[in-house]
Design a binder for this molecule. Structure first.
Ligand code: FCB
Length: 444
């Protein structure tokens, strides 16, 4: 039987983030934000989440992941646990993460550790978090400390998760902590993330010369709703440049670009990606709309349903974009060109699907698109599905089930969904059997 193979040694895993799975992260700004009604859908709070912290349920989850043939896992460490007050380091938190990483290694799973995944310690939020340059040396010190403490268990690091999403959702559309709507401030935040990433990159390499360090960059594939219209194409190019490319291009040559600034330089950012991390979910069909200066005169059309009916929650999520494996393929090809040979990891990709109706087709078509890009030369070395177990989905609370595995939160009972087995088969065979492509593979 014909199988579309992935390269030998390919990493197959899932991705998680501390605040979404650990529970009890009551010393960070997300926890504080959750306390105000209206911030999180249905009034949900992260609470015990997947109980990784108190109940140490990461062990059972890694057992499941390992049985599902996953050979890697991406997780994040929680700054507010490790440095609960400025300059104070918590030995219990370090010991916890040492147990977590050891548990992965005992199961033969390679860890990829993110240092910052959206949440900030309360003491840091009180100082403005990423709004001022004061954060830069603080993040540098935190990064160095984590690598000193955990470096014997991991040498594969992501400094910051999704700079663009962090800046836009917290500082432009005000949906996330700190709920501000101030474009100039968002751009300052982005610049400080860029500087923070750069100094952390160098600090990690000083502690651990062999480290592989990158960041997880979110790309939205913008598409003109009317490809015949030059104006529509121009608007889409502008959005693509501002959201997808400017930050990455600055990391390459240190030259600050629109919309972050014009003419500035951040030389320490040059060449600070040992690999490229890509978080990719969907594409957006954009029409010209001059009443929307904040999104560079483009407006996203509602998503086109993909095969199955969407319930209200899914519709709201898909209001953000279309399921679109062909755009994933093109994005990976572009990233390969940009990276000039640098290894690429898909650090997140997935779909919220309570009934596991969409996910099998999503998985097979997106992975087939990825395999095609690899067969044509894209140096992709691993794929981390978002996510392992249904978890706390930020402003959407517990309403968006992205997991391969369901969780009954009252009892913390895990139940793998059918797509967990499908993903396990692909990982075990290190490829996609043609019968899977025939069954699920007709892309849109
Ligand atoms: C990404 C985040 C991740 C999760 C997924 C659905 O933007 O990095 O934490 O929320 O989206």
């Amino acid at each position: 039987m014909d199988t579309r193979k992935f390269p030998d040694g390919f990493l197959w895993g899932a991705a998680t983030a501390a605040h979404q799975v650990e529970g009890g992260n009551d010393n960070n700004d997300w926890w504080a934000w959750e306390q105000t009604p209206g911030h999180i859908k249905r009034g949900d709070q992260s609470g015990v989440a997947c109980d990784w912290w108190r109940g140490e349920r990461y062990r059972g989850d890694f057992d499941l992941a390992c049985a599902l043939h996953q050979n890697a896992h991406r997780l994040s460490v929680e700054w507010s646990r490790i440095e609960p007050r400025e300059g104070e380091w918590n030995a219990d938190a370090i010991a916890f993460y040492r147990r977590v990483l050891t548990a992965l290694r005992e199961r033969g799973m390679a860890p990829l550790v993110t240092l910052h995944h959206f949440a900030n310690p309360l003491w840091l939020r009180a100082r403005g978090a990423w709004e001022t340059q004061a954060i830069v040396p603080l993040f540098e010190r935190f990064a160095a400390r984590v690598v000193q403490e955990l470096g014997d268990l991991c040498d594969f690091w992501i400094t910051f998760n999704e700079p663009m999403v962090y800046a836009y959702t917290g500082y432009v559309n005000a949906k996330w902590v700190p709920g501000k709507s101030d474009f100039a401030l968002a751009m300052r935040v982005l610049m400080n993330v860029l500087r923070g990433h750069a100094v952390a990159y160098h600090a990690i390499h000083r502690v651990q010369p062999q480290a592989r360090v990158g960041l997880a960059h979110n790309i939205l594939a913008f598409k003109p709703a009317d490809p015949e219209s030059w104006l529509n194409r121009v608007i889409v190019r502008l959005q693509d440049y501002a959201y997808n490319r400017a930050f990455l291009l600055t990391l390459q040559d240190g030259r600050v670009r629109f919309p972050m600034g014009i003419g500035g330089r951040v030389p320490e950012a040059m060449g600070t990606q040992d690999f490229l991390g890509l978080n990719f979910y969907f594409s957006r069909r954009v029409v010209v709309d001059f009443s929307q200066p904040g999104s560079l005169f483009g407006r996203t059309l509602p998503a086109q349903p993909w095969g199955v009916p969407y319930d209200d929650e899914l519709l709201e999520w898909f209001g953000k974009g279309d399921i679109d494996p062909a755009s994933f393929y093109r994005t990976v090809k572009w990233l390969a060109e940009y990276g000039k040979g640098a290894p690429i990891y898909i650090t997140e990709n997935g779909v919220p699907d309570r009934y596991d109706e969409l996910r099998p087709r999503y998985l097979v078509t997106y992975l087939a698109a990825l395999q095609r890009a690899i067969a044509e030369g894209a140096p992709v070395k691993g794929y981390f599905h978002w996510t392992l177990v249904d978890n706390f989905e930020w402003a959407e609370g517990y309403t968006l089930p992205f997991g391969l595995i369901a969780n009954d939160r009252a009892t913390q009972t895990r139940t793998p969904k059918p797509s967990a087995a499908l993903y396990a088969r692909i990982a075990r065979e290190n490829g996609i059997a043609s019968e899977l492509i025939e069954k699920y593979g007709h892309a849109n």
